[in-house]
Write a protein that binds this ligand. Structure first.
Ligand code: EPU
Length: 350
């Protein structure tokens, strides 16, 4: 079924809770609807393929084009050899709902992704990740409709070109072109816990049984303790990606940190397989003196300054962008590192 509406209110469709009206809204609930949806898209009109709205900042009161949303909610499972299970999920399912279902079924793989906001289709576009696990670790294929060639295409994980919070679907040539129908994940019925991130292993030190559901509970508690409760303050999760810098830049950051905080300061960092060094943006923001910074109704979340939150409940996109600009400029002048937002803007600012 296809649902169409004009002047559609997007306030409840973005986790910042910003007001925005879509000139046109199109929602599809089955794979077979997608060719007809694609035919409705006018090549010259702006289009936005929206998931759960958890990574988007609406920059204008009206989105002057078509917003397309999936409501495909199917979940299929197929037992493969060696304890592997292929779970194919419709693009419109809430990611956390899928994680809950797979953990309830005792399947390993998705438990560290608990409580990640957003929907399955966007999890592939964005390569969501948390606690040492990324969607890319689990994705086998992504099925999408190509609105240029007018046919369904199945992308292998390799063709998706996954990287940290990035995929082929975010590149200029692919953006807005592929309407995702379903994503297949390979999970495991054999125990495969990944507890090496942060305090996860500590939670299991006292002999507690390690099951997918138990890991899900620990991850959920950890996220709830750091990130804003959506019923208290809207946000889009991490506003910035963690920068990955060349070793020489990392050495310069360390030298600046020592000059500012003394010789005992430790700059948290993670060496990447390509030799670059990932530095937590939250640390750079914190140590640039920005904790608690606000602009209008928008502010950095007290326990996780990587998150810009709608503190007043009625902040504007201009407030968020003013805070973004201040964070980027201050971290750059303090540490010489340029932070890049993870959150996308719609429409894009010129
Ligand atoms: N830190 C500070 N001051 C603070 C808070 C944190 O200095 O007030 C530093 C600490 O050194 C801490 C470090 O920041 O160790 C990293 O913080 P954390 O492990 O909480 O996570 P993150 O790197 O900030 C990433 C993801 C999150 C994901 C967590 C947990 C990105 C952009 N963010 O955040 O994903 O939940 O790891 O795995 O990669 C999201 O993408 O929306 C998201 C929430």
């Amino acid at each position: 079924m296809i649902i169409q509406a004009t002047d559609f209110d997007l306030r409840s469709r973005n986790t910042f809770g910003l007001p925005c009206i879509a000139a046109q809204w199109v929602e599809y609930s089955s794979r077979d609807d997608i060719p007809a949806v694609a035919a409705m898209l006018d090549g010259d009109m702006p289009r936005l393929l929206l998931g759960g709205g958890s990574n988007i900042l609406f920059t204008t009161p009206v989105f002057p084009g078509t917003v397309v949303h999936s409501n495909i909610l199917t979940i299929d499972a197929e037992v493969l050899d060696g304890g592997r299970v292929r779970v194919t999920a419709g693009s419109g399912i809430t990611m956390d709902r899928l994680v809950e279902r797979t953990c309830t079924a005792g399947l390993w793989g998705m438990e560290n992704l608990s409580l990640i906001p957003g929907e399955v289709g966007a999890s592939a576009v964005q390569n969501v990740g948390a606690y040492g696990c990324e969607a890319a670790d689990l994705i086998e294929t992504v099925e999408a409709f190509d609105t240029v060639a007018h046919r369904f295409v199945t992308f292998s994980a390799e063709e998706c070109c996954f990287a940290y919070r990035h995929s082929f679907f975010k590149t200029p040539e692919a953006r807005g072109r592929y309407i995702i129908a379903a994503v297949s994940f390979i999970l495991s019925s054999k125990p495969a816990p990944r507890l090496d991130y942060g305090n996860l292993s500590a939670a299991f030190a006292a002999g507690r049984d390690i099951t997918p559901m138990a890991v899900r509970e620990v991850v959920t508690e950890t996220r709830n303790s750091k990130l804003p409760d959506p019923s208290v303050a809207g946000s889009a999760g991490s506003y910035f990606t963690n920068p990955q810098v060349q070793p020489a830049v990392f050495e310069a950051v360390k030298a600046k940190a020592v000059a500012m905080f003394g010789p005992d300061v430790k700059v948290p960092h993670f060496i990447q397989p390509d030799g670059r060094v990932k530095i937590p943006a939250a640390w750079l923001i914190d140590r640039s003196g920005l904790k608690g910074a606000t602009e209008g109704g928008a502010g950095l979340w007290p326990t996780q300054p990587l998150v810009i939150a709608n503190l007043s409940g009625d902040c504007t996109a201009a407030d968020v962008i003013a805070l973004e600009n201040r964070v980027v400029a201050t971290v750059e002048s303090t540490f010489g590192v340029h932070l890049v937002p993870e959150v996308e803007k719609a429409p894009l600012l010129s």
